[in-house]
Ligand binder design. Structure first.
Ligand SMILES: *Cc1c(COP(=O)(O)O)cnc(C)c1O
Length: 381
């Protein structure tokens, strides 16, 4: 099987894990702290809080920004369900902004329109969660300008965009345009810890809260105590948190993977350029991506839905792991029960009917890529 995405693990990764297994701490030891400081350094953020998934990271990011039952948060339909679920996990209301049909990211024009309307109706969102789909950063400068006007907070869901750069050259995670950036380390993403994720922020108060929410709402910082400490053993739970901690085993793998991120990104770029070249004169819509994209996904568009289904079935029969990113979140049965319907976000729906993700990951060989393209072209004719 040629997978659409897959981890790249080598001997240094394996050794890093074995070293932890021989050490004193499997969790809450030195490797987790080292991973967090390496994350902060790599992505140019002041603080990093590593957790057990990006879903957990999104949840504590929403909590730390104060999202609660009467609030609204908006994201896009063209994403993994977790981006929207994190809002519901806080008991808040979720809504969506349709995508731009060139980048498949949030449409800035539609966002602005929806904000104007929400302002009139008095239900402005507390948080906007733009998703850097396929590794291509959203136009954060424009979203940040709208933030200054309307006063919401921003969580960038950078699950696809670990190592990506904005147009201005700053690295995603530096929080130039947002309050918190969320990364995923699931095996299909840019780097992996098995399961894992992180929040990056430049705000020390948010950093402290993120850490606390990730570990039961417990603090050992005397400055943060509500009651008087009555001994060196003393710790305090003063809010409701979760056990979202990452282990030292995962963190050791994460440190080792971070050392290779540049070579992973470079390989993705070379493979994407090869797809671009081989598909140049063919009857498919190729992805538009910038120099700074992390190229997590290489997504093409086909002429119609029936044709997509046919090609999908044929390629899967040939053991090619093509995929669909994404079936729109608002059309999931759970979201339809909340009142969302087909027709509400037509651009994400149209896109979803014809998109096809081709395999792209750092272990993909050129002969595999050629096999994928030959197979695709055979069915296109
Ligand atoms: C993968 C992904 C997530 C969730 O990541 P996990 O680490 O698996 O929890 C969230 N948002 C997007 C856009 C993703 O692709």
């Amino acid at each position: 099987m040629i997978h659409y995405g897959q981890q790249h693990i080598d001997d240094t990764d394996k050794k890093a894990i074995l070293d932890v297994l021989d050490s004193d701490f499997l969790t809450q030891g030195p490797k987790s702290l080292e991973f967090e400081s390496k994350l902060a350094h790599t992505f140019n953020a002041r603080h990093a809080v590593a957790v057990n998934s990006a879903t957990s990271a999104l949840h504590i990011a929403c909590l730390s920004l104060g999202l609660g039952p009467d609030d609204y948060a908006w994201t896009v339909p063209n994403t993994f369900v977790a981006s929207a679920n994190s809002v519901l996990m806080c008991g808040a209301n979720v809504n969506f902004v349709d995508i731009d049909l060139n980048t498949y990211n949030i449409s800035i024009d539609l966002l602005e329109e929806k904000l104007k309307e929400a302002y009139k109706q008095g239900n402005l969102p507390k948080i906007i969660i733009p998703v850097h789909f396929s590794g291509e950063p959203c136009d954060m400068e424009k979203i940040n300008n709208l933030k200054l006007k309307y006063g919401f907070s921003i969580i960038e869901d950078a699950s696809h965009a670990v190592g990506a750069k904005y147009k201005c050259g700053s690295v995603v995670g530096s929080n130039k345009y947002c309050d918190i950036t969320v990364l995923s380390f699931h095996p299909v993403k840019i780097i992996t810890t098995g399961e894992g994720g992180a929040c990056l922020t430049n705000n020390p108060v948010l950093a402290k809260n993120l850490k606390k929410f990730s570990s039961h709402g417990i603090t050992r910082d005397p400055e943060d105590f509500h009651d008087k400490s009555n001994g060196l053993w003393y710790y305090e739970q003063n809010q409701l948190g979760y056990n979202y901690r990452i282990t030292d085993i995962q963190s050791a793998l994460g440190i080792s993977q971070l050392n290779k991120i540049d070579s992973f990104l470079k390989k993705r770029k070379i493979l994407a350029a090869e797809y671009d070249k081989l598909l140049a004169d063919e009857d498919v819509v190729k992805p538009i991506y910038s120099k700074g994209s992390a190229l997590h996904l290489y997504v093409i568009k086909l002429k119609n839905n029936k044709f997509r289904e046919k090609i999908f079935t044929e390629m899967r029969k040939s053991n090619i792991g093509v995929n669909v990113h994404y079936f729109p979140v608002h059309l999931q049965p759970y979201y339809k029960l909340l009142g969302f319907k087909r027709g509400m976000f037509p651009q994400a729906e149209t896109y979803s009917d014809v998109c096809l993700t081709l395999p792209l990951h750092p272990k993909l060989e050129f002969n595999d890529l050629n096999f994928v393209v030959d197979n695709l072209l055979r069915h296109l004719k």
